[in-house]
Design a protein around this ligand. Structure first.
Ligand code: TA6
Length: 300
């Protein structure tokens, strides 16, 4: 059991960062500063809420999410690590890896001079992780909460042999209605369409979604903007250290089949993910590290 009192004594920042049990017995870090509020769960190193001051949440959380060990949290920003999607050779291993199914330890907290707040969570290889993946590693999830939210996954190979991993920051964005959004920044990019198995180039300037869609845009680091007419806001999503941008919406039929999502869930979110997978997995020699980052905020 996690001792929140000890965490608050060791890492809490008066009036800015604290630990508490929420949603059953999961431990969350609550951050509040002059720019924004955020909630981050130690289980899965999972951001469940990011609200710049005087605005609605930028992230979508499923009201049917289970918040229980052994099941991924549905919504927010799940971290996929050390593989993305189904495991390539063993279908009994968990989809999107085990990073989102583990408790992460608190490494550091800091009130930054500009008023932003930093939190670092760490997952080290152990007997438990080696039941899924044989490698020695240290993974750090770093969060900087300001007017924008910076989320990054830094992975270090602490073993003696090289390994390859895949990952994603699988962010769910809250939207007014899937019929009223447009995604800018994807024109001219090749994407692998997971639903048809084809690779195609996007011709349109703006992506509009009117049915189930799972696209993995290849070899791109360009920012995208999620323009939401209904909520009258534009969310800018930048990234670094990620060569694939995934856009996912389950559509109506699949939404009904996903147990921890309301039947009309598809209408209220879209995922835009900073991914490294397919031809863009990361290979780390012994001692090397690599960081994948997403920066999320309202456009000025
Ligand atoms: O990133 C897109 C995707 O891989 C989709 O294929 C879809 O399955 C989604 O992630 C959600 O996966 P999850 O395991 O969280 O249900």
């Amino acid at each position: 059991m996690i001792d929140t009192e000890h965490l608050n004594d060791t890492f809490g920042i008066e009036g800015e960062l604290g630990f508490m049990e929420m949603e059953g017995d999961l431990v969350f870090v609550n951050i509040a500063n002059k720019y924004a509020d955020a909630d981050i769960c130690l289980y899965g190193a999972h951001v469940s809420s990011f609200r710049p001051v005087r605005t609605m949440d930028i992230l979508w959380m499923s009201p049917a999410s289970e918040y229980r060990e052994g099941t991924p949290i549905r919504g927010g920003i799940p971290v996929c690590f050390p593989w993305f999607g189904p495991h390539k050779t063993n279908s009994s291993l968990p989809q999107h890896g085990f990073g989102r199914l583990m408790y992460w330890d608190v490494l550091a907290t800091e009130s930054l001079p500009n008023g932003e707040t930093k939190l670092e969570l760490i997952l080290k290889s152990s007997e438990k992780t080696k039941a899924y993946w044989p490698h020695d590693f240290e993974a750090v999830m770093r969060f900087v909460v300001g007017a924008k939210l910076q989320v990054s996954l830094e992975v270090k190979n602490t073993g003696t042999e090289a390994f390859t991993y895949g990952c994603a920051l699988h962010s769910y964005f809250a939207i007014s209605d899937i019929a009223h959004i447009q995604i800018e920044g994807l024109q001219g990019l090749d994407y692998f369409d997971q639903l048809t198995g084809n690779t195609t180039k996007q011709q349109e300037e703006l992506l509009q979604i009117n049915e189930a869609l799972t696209r993995h845009y290849q070899n791109t680091e360009t920012p995208v903007v999620l323009a939401d007419e209904g909520f009258r806001r534009r969310i800018r999503i930048e990234k670094a250290g990620s060569k694939v941008t995934t856009v996912w919406n389950p559509g109506e039929d699949s939404s009904k089949l996903i147990g921890d999502m309301p039947d009309d869930g598809f209408a209220t979110f879209v995922c835009i993910e900073a991914t490294n997978s397919f031809d863009f997995q990361i290979k780390l020699a012994a001692g090397e590290s690599y960081e994948t980052k997403q920066l999320i905020g309202l456009e000025d």
